[in-house]
Design a binder for this molecule. Structure first.
Ligand code: SAM
Ligand code: SF4
Length: 342
């Protein structure tokens, strides 16, 4: 094989053009999901043909290549990662990098629907902390938001995860007029169970059959309102992700805010994202991407893959430019969150 990759180094750690070290890879293992959350998907999504997906063995190869280049944290996401057939095999494979110490954390983001079934397997594979997405504690509202989901099943999954010894962070997307009256309840619920809670602003990713300006609730408003009931102490806590944390004095629990729209968090970005087809996105909010599937499949050795990774990181942009406003109804990028993973 010859080509543009030949002259590029392959074994060094990943530093982008702005001097940011890349040590965090998020991997969407499937674009499919058993829910259809209103901010994430349209009701009638078309999914990728299965043949376009990287096999679990190929996902292991790409993830392992990143680990040898200094990636310390892997987050498995989707779509719903736990609906991918045999997914526990991948967790078990990747768990070997935890044993050698090359990888510091293997984690996942899930809607919780399959947790009852898999919580113990995840723990055995080496997973210690997971993110579970729950936007509301109202059964009917849960159905409205997720279209297909069932809150009771998710809560059973949460119980199973905690019983298995997994630490939980609950993620909730703040939605105007939908769960904005539940913010305090969600805090009491999460902190009452010893879980962290993070609120996320809706991001303009993919067409969703609706107007995002109707959903968008700035977290600056949420935070200001919380001060009526709670005392929020700034916390230095970081998880390697973009959330900024406070401690809620009244509950003793941790509360995070992910604010891509009201506060641009790109300056400290340490991550890249791989789709289930092997496309590497260097920024969640930009369209530029690198195909890793072709170099992966071109040769059984990882040389071409490493060269393609090096070349991709050299193109990582400075940041995104999300806006949600009434004049531009189009999403900032065309792909859905379920493709690149949250
Ligand atoms: N299915 C899993 C879940 O829901 O946790 C993992 C994938 S999901 C795409 C990851 C996270 O992205 C979830 O917490 C979800 O609420 C969030 N998300 C999806 N679409 C979003 C959007 N347009 N803006 C902000 N967050 C979004
Ligand atoms: Fe599925 Fe997660 Fe998207 Fe909801 S947010 S539709 S659970 S991928």
């Amino acid at each position: 094989m010859t080509g543009a990759f030949d002259t590029l180094p392959t074994s060094d750690t990943l530093i982008d053009p702005f001097g940011r070290g890349i040590d965090y890879l998020r991997v969407s293992v499937t674009d499919r999901c058993d829910f259809r959350c209103v901010y994430c998907m349209s009701e009638h999504m078309t999914f990728l043909p299965k043949k376009d997906l990287l096999s679990l063995e190929e996902l292991d190869r790409v993830c392992s290549a990143f680990v040898t280049r200094g990636v310390k944290k892997l987050r498995i996401t989707g779509g719903e990662p736990l609906v991918r057939k045999n997914i526990i095999w991948l967790f078990n494979q990747l768990g070997r990098h935890l044993e050698t110490g090359a990888l510091e954390e293997l984690t996942l983001t899930t809607n919780g629907s399959q947790l009852e079934k898999y919580a113990r397997d995840l723990k055995s594979a080496g997973v210690r902390r997971i993110n579970v997405s729950i936007d509301t504690l109202d059964t009917a509202k849960f159905k409205t938001i997720t279209r297909w989901g069932d809150l009771t099943t998710v809560l059973r999954g949460l119980d199973a995860a905690q019983a298995a010894g997994l630490k939980i962070k609950i993620n909730a997307v703040a939605l105007k007029g939908i769960n904005e009256d539940e913010i305090e309840n969600l805090i009491q619920f999460a902190h009452g169970r010893g879980a962290d809670l993070t609120f996320i602003e809706t991001m303009p990713l993919g067409d969703i059959e609706g107007d995002r300006t109707d959903q968008y609730l700035p977290l600056s408003i949420v935070r200001a309102r919380l001060l009526d009931s709670f005392t929020l102490d700034e916390s230095p806590h970081r998880t390697g992700g973009p959330a900024r944390y406070v401690t809620v004095r009244e509950t003793g629990g941790r509360l995070g805010f992910i604010t891509p729209l009201t506060h641009n968090f790109c300056e400290s970005c340490n991550r890249v994202r791989l789709t289930c087809t092997g496309t590497l996105y260097m920024c969640l909010g930009q369209d530029d991407a690198a195909d890793l599937r072709a170099p992966l499949r071109a040769h059984p050795s990882d040389d071409l893959l490493h060269a393609a990774i090096t070349e991709a990181i050299a193109r990582k942009p400075k940041g995104h430019d999300f806006i949600i406003d009434r004049r531009s109804k189009k999403p900032a990028v065309a792909r859905h969150m379920s493709m690149t993973g949250g």
